[in-house]
Design a protein around this ligand. Structure first.
Ligand code: DP6
Length: 328
């Protein structure tokens, strides 16, 4: 009745931005990401506790944070088809910075896999991905390592909306992602609210959906060929288009800070000098630089010279895995 899982976060190369169903977390378009190591979240779940208890990153979870965890475990109970009793959950991340990279994707992926294992359900990446998705959309892409594609699906119940691994972490072990923290503050508008604004008010939203869907198979092909330059260009284009969609929302939403722009523009100079480095940007000010092993030190130096206060160098990460040591 107790299981512990470690999962890595992921960074989308083709972003998910907007839901067609908010309750089930079903996206308007497919997306594609790379799982990142070494950063990770570890989560222990035990059913049969005295009462429901949720501790996340050293504090007792309350309100909507607690509800999201307990709702996911309710879905595990339904899958198990029996009364598992109250649950105790403890989760800890080793994310070195506050808001650089969201820990929720790794957290919900670890919770989904640990929840199923604690309930005695067999290992099943598809079922775990669907469960993780119901905690946070991007979490469905952290159940497996390497390059994962979240297929939007067509069904209303979401049973065909989950992530599949296209290439494992070993496929392109030379690839590097360098997270550049230019701003440690909490983001003002969470992804969940930002994408809702885009869906409801951006006149560019329909174009975004069509374009992102078409970019996924192109990205897959470039990853198969390990074409860093073309993948870097695709990533930048997709990030700009996601952000443009939200810039055109009402009220407009801009996640970029002056430091973000300074760093992004400097990358063009680097490329002119022959340094292969591109960026992607989630719903916040901190760019993630895409480069190769030979240039990760240069990429870090460029980020710091452009004002990054912290830098985390990442490599392709593996699957969410069961651990034998528990957190309690
Ligand atoms: C910009 O998965 O955090 O990082 O489904 O509402 O929990 P919810 O949102 P979340 O959004 C991630 C948005 C993104 C792009 C991406 O990861 O694909």
């Amino acid at each position: 009745m107790k299981a512990t899982v470690r999962a890595h976060p992921n960074i989308a190369l083709v972003k998910y931005w907007g839901k067609r169903d908010e309750a089930l977390i079903l996206p308007h378009q497919s997306s594609l990401s790379l799982t990142l190591a070494p950063i990770h979240v570890t989560t222990t779940v035990e059913f049969g506790a005295g009462s429901d208890q949720v501790e996340l990153h050293g504090h007792v979870a309350k309100g909507s944070e607690r509800d999201r965890v307990l709702r996911l475990l309710d879905a595990v109970r339904v899958q198990a088809g029996r009364d598992l009793g109250p649950a105790k959950v403890v989760s800890r991340g080793d994310f070195p910075m506050a808001a650089g990279l969201a820990s929720s994707a790794a957290g919900f992926a670890a919770l989904a896999v640990a929840g199923r294992a604690a309930a005695g359900l067999p290992s099943d990446t598809r079922a775990s991905s669907i469960l993780a998705r119901r905690g946070s959309g991007s979490a469905c892409r952290s159940v497996q390592g390497g390059f994962c594609e979240w297929m939007r699906g067509e069904r209303e119940d979401g049973e065909d909306s989950y992530a599949v691994q296209r290439f494992d972490a070993g496929h392109w072990s030379d690839l590097r992602m360098v997270v550049a923290i230019v701003d440690r503050g909490e983001k003002e508008v969470k992804s969940r609210d930002g994408m809702k604004g885009a869906v409801e008010t951006s006149p560019y939203y329909a174009a975004w959906v069509k374009d992102a869907e078409a970019e996924v198979p192109r990205a897959r092909e470039l990853i198969a060929k390990k074409d860093l330059e073309a993948l870097g260009e695709l990533c930048e284009r997709n990030a700009w288009r996601m952000h443009s969609t939200s810039l055109a929302a009402d009220p407009p939403l801009c996640y970029l800070s002056p430091a973000t722009l300074g760093l992004i523009q400097n990358l063009r100079e680097q490329r002119k000098k022959g340094v292969p480095v591109w960026f992607t940007l989630d719903a916040g000010p901190n760019p993630v630089l895409l480069t190769d092993a030979a240039h990760e030190v240069t990429a870090e130096a460029v980020a710091r010279a452009c004002g990054a206060v912290d830098v985390v160098r990442c490599v392709p990460g593996g699957d969410a895995t069961l651990l034998t040591e528990h957190l309690f």
